[in-house]
Design a protein around this ligand. Structure first.
Ligand code: CP
Ligand code: NVA
Length: 297
């Protein structure tokens, strides 16, 4: 049966560990030799495009990058028709979309794996790199406290699921009214995922193994930047907040960073920051995921 990757828990906990193991295989089986991977983007990207393109090449394949305006998803042609066409050309189809539902519709008709490269709801391929970085740092995710400070967005949701699946504790500190939506909390409850949520950044950071933050406004929310900035200001990750976490704590950010908004330069560039190894792990984890999804196909 074809496997899709729309959210981190489309993998079982064992499979997630297997993907992270594959990410560390230097010379993997070339499961994409003479095959294509479609990369479809409705939003900008630096890390995701480049890591997916190089991961495809490292597995022997050829990436084909397509901007949404070229294809016109649901404008020039329906999502379903495009996916059925691309599935005849490519070993996998990966997409960054505004509405998560487009990925759900794609996976319903696709005969090849659909990979979520970020949607309004989730960013699971980022979570793979985050978990790999934490595993490299601490040896295991089991028992780690990962504290996310800021907007309860797509990155935070996938990270919460991934940390819980790996035996860690996910905490979040967010401004009132910027927590997870009720549907997300219902989904966590239905999946047996418990998180610790507070509006107090120091409380969340206390004794944590990792502090994580992301933009205060995501792609498509730029018009809200001026409104959000003062609301999120108490959630800036600075050296004082890092000082509340464990002395061994690391700082993570999916990037791109809005420097001196959600995190100060001193933290982003400081000794506890792992943002560049984390960004480089996007390549290794993407290669691990593609190996997992396309092996034997
Ligand atoms: N972290 C991440 O997904 O970066 P890009 O938006 O640059 O791909
Ligand atoms: N939350 C951000 C992540 C960017 C990689 C966004 O959706 O824009």
């Amino acid at each position: 049966m074809v496997r899709h990757f729309l959210e981190i828990d489309d993998l079982s906990a064992d499979e997630l560990a297997q993907v992270l193991d594959l990410a560390e295989v230097e010379h993997p089986e070339l499961s994409l030799t003479r095959r294509g991977v479609a990369l479809l983007f409705e939003k900008p990207s630096a890390r995701t495009r480049h890591s997916m393109e190089v991961a495809t090449i490292e597995l022997g394949g050829h990436p084909v990058y397509v901007r949404a305006d070229e294809v016109g998803l649901d404008e020039r042609e329906s999502v379903e028709d495009i996916i059925k066409v691309f599935a005849g050309y490519h070993a996998a189809i990966a997409a960054r979309v505004f509405e998560h539902d487009k990925l759900v519709r794609a996976s319903a008709v696709s005969s090849v794996p659909i990979v979520n490269l970020l949607s309004d709801q989730s960013h699971p391929i980022q979570t793979l790199a985050d978990l790999l970085t934490l595993r490299q740092e601490f040896g295991s995710l089991d028992g780690l406290v990962v504290s996310y400070i800021g907007d309860a967005n797509n990155v935070a949701k996938s990270l919460a699921l991934g940390v819980a699946m790996s035996g860690g504790t996910f905490r979040i500190a967010h401004p009132a009214d910027y927590g997870f939506a009720d549907e997300v909390l219902d989904e966590f409850a239905a999946k047996g995922v418990s998180i610790e949520a507070t509006t107090d950044a120091r409380e969340a950071a206390e004794g944590a193994d990792a502090l994580y933050t992301d933009a205060w406004y995501s792609m498509g929310q730029e018009a809200e930047a001026g409104h959000r900035r003062p609301i999120f200001a108490p959630y800036q990750v600075d050296e004082a907040l890092m000082g509340v976490a464990k002395p061994t704590a690391v700082f993570l950010h999916c990037l791109p960073a809005h420097r001196n908004d959600e995190a100060t330069d001193a933290v982003l560039d400081g000794p506890q920051s792992r943002i560049f190894p984390q960004a480089h792990n996007r390549l290794h984890s993407a290669r691990g995921l593609l190996s997992f999804l396309t092996a034997g196909t």
